[in-house]
Design a protein around this ligand. Structure first.
Ligand code: PRX
Length: 665
């Protein structure tokens, strides 16, 4: 583990602490905001009482809870444990019962331009049908269902249908490979997979079902009884009789009434796999009551949601936690109207997102810094062609946002008028933890600033002591929170080791952070072997394992190098096996090896994990105990003078690496 001071700093963050611009909310915004300064006082006066009140106000319980937090089995929390509820009922039915059945829940926009408008009443019928269809396929309370779909209305319906029958969903991002899918199905012992024939990507249909077929031919997937297939692209699809079932046929046959299965607050809602510091992805487990409470609370207060008038759009895919918490559960529990979009921002043209903002009069936009930087690169003229005046709150998530991108976002997209909320959180935290409140906080470009009311976070040094204002260290969360993970699926010990052993009694987030002179928090990126590429978490070890699984590779080391657009980029250093060592001795040979290995990683993990560069080297820099010094490789990857190499077992290795690269570049 590197120290925070030596940690990789994402692009443009080196000057962070000299940033002193500040943007207080306008008096008009502040006056109408959901969250007022008193929220901090209320939460500080009685933290648990505050959360109990949020849970009662924002969520409907079948059986009210009497106990707020049980921390006696720490670090596994139980929130609102004696209450019962259903997540789908909270996200859908209760809005219809309250007379909002005609309100639009989803404005779906397909990449080819097809659209679908789904009201809360429509959603209730669809989710009920899907729940009955799942039940007819044998899915029961406590089962796991893997969802491998593009961004479609059916994806939201599928997740809610699982919740309705009390089955935990495990969504696997549609860009992951068959093998990544297989290992997740096996780990969760899923009984059903929900997929589609394909989805539209960059103007063309892209098949999904073949990856499911391949995954299910692999080891450990015997638990799967059926595959439910949404028809989207209508491309030819191989079919396994008896196992595969068309979604539309199953739904047509199903009743539109379904009684939700009431579950305990601590009943599993979903498992979502994320990269850790080892090769094996972790199945992050979230449960029902606390998760719904905090996603609804944060969605309402951080984005200042007014369900009657706002049109909200979060650009995340449901394959990531942001899609779970801020496309599905938070917004729908709050009865919001939202846009969901299937495709990429530049299809068929680079103004597609802004065209959608104009078309649906989007008021709240939540996206990632990498997308903002990409749009910056394309130029302000493109958003300038559209009417973005409906926007009133902008959000950022996934990685530190550099002040330049923040300023551009505010000026070009927000018309110099909208508050920006830079929201820090993780798959593990389930919901936003550190963020400005748009009507309260004077925002600083590049800083997530303050823990939300009800959340306790700090920055500590190596000895777990809080650092003074102006100091740097590790970000920790000092008190349990309602939407915290309840563990890693099937591996409680790994949960304890990963998050609770570094600083006993404190949740270690894995992020470096600094406090400025006002005590505001600035996130500085990961301090472990996790990379953040375009806001997606990737593990160095996982990519290294994929590389060494290729015949020609003897050893591999992967680093995240600063990248102007994607925050970090994957750079791999590989040693080829003896008989292949000569293959990279010419520039053409090196390019060929690079292409072969990039494709291999794409196939093993998924296209997002493909290294930007693969550099063939004769040696890797290792300490005497055999640990690879990634810091030195990062220097090479970022074209910097190589830093202190005195702790290397063989100090000449770095010269050998640099000399070798100079000849092949
Ligand atoms: O390093 C932090 C970074 O993303 C990590 C969590 O990744 P994931 O679980 O994939 O969830 C991403 C979406 C919530 C964190 O450990 N991160 C996320 N948001 C921010 C951030 N870093 C800085 N500023 C943020 N706003």
């Amino acid at each position: 583990m590197t120290t925070p001071t030596g940690s990789p700093q994402p692009a443009g963050l080196e000057n962070l602490l000299h940033e002193n611009r500040s943007f207080p909310p306008s008096p008009e915004f502040a006056a109408q905001a959901n969250a007022q300064p008193s929220l901090y006082e209320e939460a500080a006066a009685d933290r648990l009482g505050f959360w109990a009140e949020q849970a009662r106000e924002l969520v409907t319980w079948q059986t009210p809870f009497t106990q707020t937090l049980d921390w006696s089995d720490a670090p596994v929390a139980r929130w609102f444990a004696d209450g019962t509820l259903n997540a789908a009922y909270n996200a859908v039915d209760r809005h219809v019962e309250a007379g909002h059945g005609d309100r639009v829940a989803l404005h779906f926009e397909g990449e080819p331009g097809d659209t679908r408008t789904v009201t809360y009443a429509d959603l209730q019928r669809e989710v009920s049908r899907a729940a009955n269809a799942l039940a007819a396929l044998g899915v029961q309370k406590g089962d796991r269902v893997v969802i491998y779909l593009p961004m479609l209305v059916e994806s939201v319906v599928a997740m809610l249908a699982c919740a309705r029958v009390g089955a935990a969903h495990s969504v696997v991002f549609g860009g992951f490979s068959a093998d990544a899918l297989r290992s997740r199905i096996a780990d969760a012992e899923a009984t059903l997979v929900i997929t589609a024939d394909g989805g539209y990507r960059r103007g063309a249909p892209s098949a999904l079902k073949p990856a499911v077929d391949e995954a299910l031919a692999g080891e450990g997937t015997e638990s799967v009884k059926h595959v439910l297939v949404v028809r989207r692209t209508e491309q030819d699809t191989a079919w396994t009789e008896g196992r595969d079932v068309w979604w539309h046929e199953a739904l047509e046959a199903a009743d539109t009434y379904h009684e939700p299965v009431w579950v305990d607050a601590e009943h599993p809602l979903f498992i979502l796999y994320t990269s850790g510091t080892t090769g094996k992805p972790k199945g992050i487990l979230h449960t029902t009551g606390g998760y719904l409470t905090q996603t609804a609370y944060t969605h309402r207060n951080v984005f200042d949601l007014k369900p009657e008038s706002d049109v909200y759009w979060c650009t995340a895919d449901i394959g990531w936690i942001t899609g779970h918490s801020y496309v599905v559960y938070g917004p729908l529990v709050n009865g919001a109207t939202q846009v969901i979009y299937e495709g990429t921002p530049d299809t068929p043209h680079r103004g597609r997102w802004w065209e959608l903002v104009q078309k649906y009069k989007v008021t709240i936009l939540y996206t990632a810094p990498t997308a903002i930087r990409t749009c910056m690169k394309w130029g302000a003229d493109i958003p300038g062609e559209f009417d973005l005046s409906s926007l009133r709150v902008l959000g950022s998530v996934g990685e530190p946002i550099n002040p330049e991108a923040w300023m551009w976002y505010r000026r070009v997209i927000g018309g110099d008028r909208t508050p920006i909320v830079d929201t820090w959180w993780q798959t593990e935290t389930g919901a936003i933890m550190i963020s400005p409140l748009p009507g309260v906080t004077a925002a600083k470009p590049g800083s997530a600033q303050v823990p939300l009311p009800g959340i306790v976070a700090d920055v500590v040094d190596d000895e777990a002591k809080p650092v003074p204002d102006g100091g740097g260290g590790y970000l920790v969360l000092s008190e349990p929170w309602p939407s915290m993970l309840r563990g890693i699926w099937g591996d409680l010990q790994r949960y304890k080791d990963t998050y609770w052993s570094r600083f006993p009694g404190l949740y270690f987030a894995g992020d470096g952070a600094k406090k400025d002179d006002d005590g505001d928090i600035w996130l500085l990126g990961r301090v472990d072997d996790v990379m953040n590429v375009s806001g997606h978490r990737l593990s160095t070890t996982e990519i290294e394992s994929a590389l060494v699984s290729h015949d020609i590779v003897a050893e591999a080391a992967v680093v995240g190098a600063n990248d102007e657009t994607t925050g970090q980029a994957v750079v791999a250093f590989v040693i080829l096996r003896g008989e292949h060592a000569d293959r990279a001795s010419t520039p053409e040979g090196a390019a060929e090896v690079q292409a072969e290995l990039r494709n291999h990683v794409g196939k093993e993990i998924g296209p997002i994990a493909k290294p930007k560069k693969v550099l063939v080297v004769p040696e890797l820099p290792k300490t005497r105990s055999g640990k690879i010094m990634r810091r030195l490789l990062r220097d090479v990857a970022e074209n910097r003078t190589v830093g202190d190499a005195t702790t290397l077992a063989d100090s000449s290795v770095m010269e050998l690496i640099s000399a070798g690269l100079a000849t092949t570049k």
